[in-house]
Design a protein around this ligand. Sequence first.
Ligand SMILES: [Zn+2]
Length: 310
Amino acid sequence: MNIQGQDVWVIASIGVVTADLPQGNDLAGVLRQNANKGCRSCTISKDSFTDFTQDIALTSRYHHLTDSEFALISAETVISQKKQLSRKYGLKLQPNILDELKRERYLQTPQDIYHVTAGKIGRLLKLTCELFSQEGENDFIKTWKDFEKPKTWSRIPNPISHRESFMMSDYLRLAIIMPFILNRFLKITSLKNNEAKNIQQRTGASRINLVKNIIITCWVHIAKTMSMVFKSKFTINSYEELQQSLKEEMNILPKVFSEFVNLPNLHVSVHLLMHAKTYGTLINTQCGIKEMVHRVFKAMVPGQIARILN
Ligand SMILES: [Zn+2]
């Protein structure tokens, strides 16, 4: 190609693939997250998804090893054997079409923090709301309505009655204010007695009154981790801080709520430090960036959606 009078080579290559959990797995050639080895970054079994003590270097997936595993799957002629190998490696029966290109399928298909963070907050919100007694629900709605939210925020729907209409950004904003809201009103009578007892038992808290603090602590951890994963700059120290807050979050959430045990969304935390170091930050590869780039291209090429006319 001639650019400003000079002949230059133009090479189109794949930079990074951003996708939600299931689609990201598809694009990396890995089975979906409900398979036994359904993580696209490592081969840990789904029963150990929220174990932060794993040796990541040992369990990680590596492009060249996957190539040879795909070769073994494809060399197998009996379909039942093929499927058995596919399950053994947690890989699809066939490599992905993107493998025709030169790429590193795992490093270039990082996990998306936007989806995983909103997913975690959504789950914690649902679980928290389910803990509320009638009194707790009333007090929560009152405190929620009275809370001074920033004027620039668009209206967030009522978290108890209209959670289904939440957008991802609503979850992220809610997580910022939730620790303060809970701190204002939460009492032990705000919680259903059996649910509070259950949490007391799970966490080994000495008094039932401590359960409300434990719930607030969960929200503090999720908010703190959110602020770390969306950081626009990192230093060697703050990478460590990121890892620390991910670890603490993964320690507390499954301890308090059984619904977080081995949750694929939470497991992703194990890999975020690697992605952050590969691309500088985690926001560089978040889906939102892709949406913005897509909007730019769409504006440049109007009517790009193909239509077949007879
Ligand atoms: Zn993994």
